[in-house]
Write a protein that binds this ligand. Structure first.
Ligand SMILES: [Mg+2]
Length: 220
């Protein structure tokens, strides 16, 4: 069994506002590198995010941008050090998982630098056996919710059966696709976020703590 965790807005809360900081840097990137007026940059960023799941995928498809340079200007430029801090309740939650029954795996659309930085700041490296990230160095980019990305995570983690995969993500589309493929999925919808009209998947949780009752078979 493998339990895959999304990283951003999942292992730390939306209230950390990392998403807003990132969105701002992405808007700036669009404005500067595509020479667009601010409103057009914001609109195109939103359009690519909705169409492809990642702004960068649109940039790679439709413009000649270097994804690694983008990564340096956006994800790696985020001032995370004062913002993402260790969370004792998260560490306790992860420590209470019986890792003889389930392998913990990180599954993110970020590039590996950002993913590792967040995990280090949260001080939770020790709990995870590996990570599947979006490889900005290989074009075309593969990211959630594309089915190939889920299969890549399974290959990376050494799992063969879809039904052996358990997954948590804060993205509606990512959860929906995971369930379609046959994973068991918990959609994290934080307290201050409006729940979707139609649930994305079988389980919807307000807090990661609820994983204790959603997937009790994995806790000590
Ligand atoms: Mg996320």
């Amino acid at each position: 069994m493998t339990k895959a965790d999304d990283i951003d807005n999942c292992l730390y809360p939306k209230s950390a506002k990392v998403h807003d900081l990132m969105a701002d840097l992405i808007d700036k990137y669009f404005a500067t590198h595509l020479s667009l007026p601010w409103e057009d940059a914001v609109r195109l960023h939103k359009e690519y995010y909705q169409n492809y799941g990642l702004a960068i995928e649109g940039l790679v498809r439709h413009h000649q941008i270097d994804p690694l340079e983008y990564n340096a200007k956006v994800d790696d430029a985020l001032p995370l050090d004062g913002i993402i801090k260790p969370r004792p309740e998260l560490k306790k939650l992860l420590a209470d998982i019986d890792r003889s029954k389930v392998k913990l795996w990180l599954f993110t659309n970020a590039y590996v630098n950002h993913a590792k930085r967040v995990i280090r700041l949260l001080e939770i490296e020790e709990f995870f056996e590996g990570i599947t990230y979006c490889d900005y160095g290989s074009v075309p980019l593969t990211c959630k919710p594309h089915p190939d990305m889920y299969r890549k995570a399974m290959r990376d983690a050494g799992v063969e059966k879809y039904e052996d995969c358990f997954f948590v993500d804060d993205s509606y589309q990512n959860c929906k696709k995971a369930q379609e493929l046959g994973w068991s999925v918990a959609h994290l919808v934080e307290d201050d976020v409006k729940p979707p009209k139609t649930p994305a998947c079988q389980f919807q949780i307000r807090h990661l703590e609820e994983l204790r009752s959603t997937f009790p078979q994995f806790f000590k």
